[in-house]
Design a protein around this ligand. Sequence first.
Ligand code: NAP
Length: 333
Amino acid sequence: MEIQKVSLKDYTSLRIGGEANMITIANEENLSDAIKYAKENGLKIYILGDGTNTVFGDNLEKFLILKIEIKNITVEEKDNDVFITAGAGEKWDDVVKLSVDKNLWGIENMSLIPGTIGASPVQNIGAYGVELKDVLVSVRVYDTEKNIFSELLNSDCYFGYRDSLFKHETGRYIIVSVTIKLSKTPKPILSYKPLDTLLNKENLTPSDVRELVVSVRAEKLPDYKTYPNAGSFFKNPIVSKIEAEIVKSKHKEAPLIEQGDNFKIPAAWLIEHVANMKGVRFGGVGTWPNQPLVIINYGNATIDDLNFFTNEIKKRIRDDVGVELIQEVNIIS
Ligand code: NAP
């Protein structure tokens, strides 16, 4: 077991963060050893995948970062279904690409979402009308309370909109691998724009859907290797009918999307039209001009710059329409 002192900004796509001790986890044995070490030394564990949804502060002495590199992908066919099990350290989009190359349906709408397989159940990733929970069979975890490896089924994970058990029982479960079920039978989901442009396409393949999603995302979103960012910084808030009416009374043009008894409001719209902060910069940070939900580190941004900037966005929206934006990104300090 090798403990390295690293600068965490080199391990996160927003490139903010101080130094900390890190252990690379390549298999289950490494994981149980590292947890034992952390417990014996009174260290808090933080699980890091690709760092595309995490921002670290400066003072991290009390943390031991476990960088999950557990790899391996297996594919098992049963009639029309195909089960893919991938190690937590595999990249989500590599699995999407593999599934599309095999002409399998189920996750093509979720193409190009950054991050690892292990991170995907935590926020129940989703895009264009499909969420991980729609295909997830089970998650293999290390339960740090019971000190055992075990299997959680889909229903055990309490999935919600960008939400799961893993966000509530923080630190208890460490995801080791994920099994999803895909289909050989065409099951396109094309209700969201712009995927509806494929509705009348003959002989549609998962690859056609992936290609469109990839081109839309590439046009709208900055590549974090050039413009360091952590993807969507806030969740799209879901508000009650009364709260939605307050928004509508102040902003007639507000795009409110019905969700059962509630309404979803695109956070990007709130940042642009209510906070008036699309394309605005402060210190080293700013919102991306094509998609203000993405916050960019324009150079040497600090955690203080980021906190100041995101608090200002939240305050302007709260003060105007009473809606509370909640961060999607994990901030560890
Ligand atoms: P977008 O397509 O501009 O959509 C903005 C918002 O409108 C989202 O909340 C989306 O819902 C909602 N929406 C759009 N069409 C809808 C429809 N036909 N029915 C119901 N709701 C609808 O969003 P974007 O920022 O460019 O992102 C593209 C897709 O990637 C979205 O689906 C977004 O949620 C997803 N995404 C996911 C993650 C993640 O998993 N962490 C991060 C970034 C983006 P939904 O949120 O339900 O999709």
